[in-house]
Design a binder for this molecule. Sequence first.
Ligand SMILES: [Zn+2]
Length: 620
Amino acid sequence: MISDSFKQDLLNRVDVVDIVGRSVQLKKAGANFSGLCPFHGEKTPSFTVSPSKQFYHCFGCGAHGNAISFLMEYQGLGYVDAVRELAQGVGLKMPEFQRERSYPGARAGEGAAGASGVGAAAEEGPDLYALMERAMRYYRDQLKQSPRAIDYLKGRGLTGQIAARFGIGYAPAGWQNLQAVFPEYSEAAIKEVGLVIDNEAGKRYDRFRDRIMFPIHSQRGMVIGFGGRILGAESNEEGKATGPKYLNSPETPLFEKGRELYGFSQARNPIRSAGRAVVVEGYMDVVALAQAGVDYAVATLGTATSAVHVQKLFRQTDEVVFCFDGDRAGRKAAWHALEVCLPVLADNKTVRFLFLPAEHDPDSFVRERGQEAFEHELQRATPLSAFLLDHLSSDLDLDTPEGRSRLVHEAKPLLTRIAAPALQIQLGHQLAELAQMATQELARITGLRLSAERNFGRSFGRSDARRGAPPPARRGLEAKLERRLLRGLVAQPDRASALAGLMNTNAQEPGSPAARAITALTQQVLEQPGMSASFLLDVFQGSEHEKPIADAYAELLELRMDDAQLEADFQADLAAMRSALKTARIEQLKSIASEAMSAEEKTELVRLISEQAQRRDGTP
Ligand SMILES: [Zn+2]
């Protein structure tokens, strides 16, 4: 939606020290600034902001990012809003949000959204938040007037208090009820926020009809969408369909599905105090759990769990429990969530899975058995490691060598993606046991470091199926060099040209997280020259590369080296890496029996050995 060049331009103009400094008292500390972290409670400052690289990092809780992510995290803004607010501050216009006409009626008197200052587009058009707020109030008023809707909610065990806490309302039956609250019913903005639909004949009608309405809030509490549960039957007496059971707002300028969690603004503080977040599938689950006293649950809003969801929760707590239905669909959703979690895991984070009995969803379970029983189930939820191995083993016959080999084959790509080093080793040991292999054998086959020397995954050198992995000492050196090179690259992205082609990572041999990040960053920078360090963070936010990149930034902050020192280091590391790669290749070639060697390989070996000899002699 927002072009990269616009984002880049924006990040070049704003100053992250200034943005953070509005909310956090910062003190100069050497080349950087530091202060008390706004994202976790602390007494001594571990939150550091770099003016030269334009990013922040907390050594206490790991929060990190640039000016955009700071506004998102601190103020609970959506991405678009954060960009808009920053743009407004530096006088940049967001072209795609300008509107041709103004809708004076749309802004009149709608305090909440207008006063909060996010309605930067108000100059050009209506405040979309104000429209949503008005719709929500209308639905809530309608609920009060509908005994049928009230009975339904009471029947589900909900009190007026909980209904009010979640802003639950009712969209009456009928096609154009919203006309009563929106004199500008025919205007484009009403459709833009997803409240109405135009049919093929161009006739406009309400999207939500005869539904219990659940407003979806942004992190900061603004209404950005709705979920509607059908109140009547899914078909009428004549058997004609009246719509799906659950219906959500479409994606709109306010509502990006993969980023938002239903109930997050209400659950944020409870999650912090409970030290745990529960992820469920539906809004009724969230509301029913809150009614029962489990107020730290959120829902994924009809989309699959995303890395952004998980990271959002990990900012608040170290433990996330996914609670899905016990049926096939629930297991599938849980498996997807597991895959999403692997690259964002850390050794201090816990992910678990709770599968309720097949006849239950969280809503029915907690209504029947209550808070204590549910929390008891949470305690016993399956750890990610156990779910991973159970799930992979479930269709395999581990009594046969074939079944056990298959298990290793299927587990390998998953284990490789785990960002938590200690957990990766633990799982490796468990896998070795299940597969009836020695840990070293498993390590050799999978390329995973499962011994004490392991730091990061295998990465360097060209892969060759005929040979085993390079010796551990070499891998340790390479892993270290990879991380240092990544550090040099994020400090100054235009170093990408020096690194291009150096990393040889591919699907068969995915490489260490740092090596993969270097490959991805290098490609990105070469495609888009002139990238700033803070823009790189933006591009890779939420991807598997975010963590290695953030680690590199953190190291930069800790080192406090000046640019000249960094450059000297980078050049030395680059030379060391080239030499390490050559040595590895020589060893690889030497290990091939000479009758199995191709002519090209022989030539290559001779060339490499002579180059190495020259280097030892000190000749160029
Ligand atoms: Zn912190």
